[in-house]
Write a protein that binds this ligand. Structure first.
Ligand code: ATP
Length: 483
């Protein structure tokens, strides 16, 4: 179970401690766009590094690329995004607010279920599931909303426009002149940068099918329903890997990647009971997919997708072959045959993953009558891994603490802190998710040349020789287990 009943506490902690801020806050903010502060940028980078290491360093047949955000506009025609990357939207004429028509219906179904009207809920769910089979998708959704008198969630009005398809891609001008042909899109996914470079990678690296290409980078979607903090943003970061396989071996590779990916989530410290797979039913697959499954996390807002694993078949390479006129097939020398590889894709949102780590690690505990807020995240992900404190601001204590700080900085992100009581300093770093604090006290200089290492999760303390501090921290990092 989640430790939280809403995202509110995470949103305020994120702001108060410098993990995540609203973009352009001093101007009133920009909706669904967020900036990462000093702690957030480290946490996000550590998650990105953990993913990159998992995908590239741990696999001898996966290499990386870093493709540009701008791509030739034809890419998005070939990928199907110009024609098909749409959400069905409906506007409340009174409040002028826009909603995703299918989500409006889903909310209505949830309300019916809550009110004990299960039969009605099932009936509407069936209508929703078969939308697009009676008239068109937009007309079918419109009919459900009108026939059931579904009202606007904000204004309560029943004054709707028709349902229209709304393309999620941002378009901008390229170059000095502004003709229609100069228009380019901000990429809505990083995957296409991999497909268009697939041949370059094959020709220049020592890889052959099966092999993978990994990439992390920004993606942009003009999301209409974007009200859940960094869960759904208009500018976000993706970490994607496309694995090219021989057709016929794709189902096996798909199953293998499913298992590898969910194990990674557990390895970065996410509790098993908060993770699950959710298969996409065949009739709800994206236009490119033969099979698709989500890795879902139990957020305070319910079970939601964090990562998608897709069997994209040869859809993308075949499309790019057709639109570019360039051959994108593969010659398998051993087998002496030519084919267009199938692609298994793993696609995870870095921001959503950061939110998952924050939610999963958040704990409120009672300690000596006080509330302790602590982020019990994997030590490798912690933005500050070690805190170093002199017990009080006294020269000899400071000197030793500064020396320990400098030594540890070679391997860890360290914060030196001498302000306030020791208890306050521990609490500050508990909220930042810092797994270890090292305190230099009078005994250190007067008696034993030892310091106290305090562990974040159980608040236990051990006395350790100064020259053993690095070893104890290294072991603690390695042997950490999620509670
Ligand atoms: P959703 O159904 O939530 O809109 P999606 O199925 O469109 O997601 P994909 O296109 O499969 O998502 O993208 C892969 C991953 O990118 C998602 O699992 C998610 O983690 C992340 N992602 C997608 N859209 C957003 C967004 N607007 N903000 C933050 N992360 C996103």
């Amino acid at each position: 179970m989640s430790n939280l009943d809403s995202l509110d506490k995470i949103v305020s902690l994120a702001k108060a401690r410098g993990f995540i801020f609203q973009s352009s806050e001093i101007y009133g903010g920009l909706s669904a766009v967020y900036d990462y502060g000093p702690l957030g940028v480290e946490l996000k980078r550590n998650i990105r590094n953990a993913w990159w290491k998992e995908m590239t360093q741990r696999h001898n047949n996966i290499v990386g690329v870093d493709a540009a955000i701008f791509m030739h506009p034809k890419v998005w025609e070939a990928s199907g995004h110009v024609g098909g990357f749409n959400d069905p939207m409906i506007d409340d004429k009174q409040s002028k607010k826009r909603y995703r028509a299918d989500m409006l219906i889903e909310q209505y179904i949830m309300k019916l279920e809550k009110d004990g009207k299960a039969d009605k809920a099932t009936e509407i769910q069936e209508l929703l599931d078969t939308s697009g089979t009676r008239k068109s998708l937009t007309e079918d959704l419109y009919d459900i909303i009108i026939e059931n008198e579904i009202r606007s969630p904000d204004s309560g009005a029943f004054d709707w426009t028709e349902v229209r398809q709304f393309n999620l891609m941002f378009k901008t001008q390229f170059g000095a002149t502004s003709s229609e042909e100069d228009g380019v899109y901000l990429r809505p996914e990083t995957a296409q940068g991999i497909f268009v470079n697939y041949k370059n990678v094959l020709d220049t690296s020592r890889v052959g099918v099966p092999f993978g290409i990994a990439q992390t980078g920004k993606a942009f979607r003009n999301e209409v329903v974007a009200r859940q903090f960094v869960f759904r943003m208009r500018e976000f970061e993706q970490m994607e890997m496309q694995y090219f396989v021989e057709p016929g071996t794709d189902a096996e590779a798909y199953d293998a990647w499913k298992e590898k990916r969910i194990s990674w989530h557990k390895r970065i410290g996410i509790r098993e009971e908060n993770l699950r797979f959710a298969d996409h039913p065949q009739d709800k697959l994206a236009h490119y997919a033969l099979a698709a499954v989500d890795v879902q996390y139990q957020f305070p807002i319910g079970w939601q997708e964090v990562e998608g694993i897709h069997n994209r078949s040869d859809f993308d390479l075949t499309q790019h072959q057709e639109f570019s006129g360039k051959k994108l097939d593969y010659f398998d020398q051993k087998a002496g045959k030519r084919y267009v590889p199938y692609v298994i894709e793993t696609s995870i949102g870095l921001d959503r993953c950061t939110l998952m780590v924050l939610c999963d690690s958040y704990r409120e505990e009672e300690v000596d009558g006080d509330k302790r807020v602590v982020l019990k995240m994997h030590p490798e992900l912690a933005p500050i891994q070690v805190g170093v404190f002199p017990l009080i601001k006294k020269g000899p204590l400071q000197e030793i603490a500064r020396k320990i700080e400098a030594d540890l900085r070679e391997d860890y992100s360290v914060q030196y802190d001498e302000a306030g009581s020791i208890g306050k300093r521990y609490r500050r770093l508990d909220e930042a998710g810092t797994p270890f604090c090292v305190t230099v006290d009078f005994d250190t200089i007067e008696q034993d040349q030892k310091v106290t290492i305090r562990h974040r999760d159980d608040m236990s303390q051990v006395r350790v020789d100064i020259d053993k501090v690095g070893d104890v921290i290294r072991d603690g990092m390695k042997n950490w287990k999620a509670e």
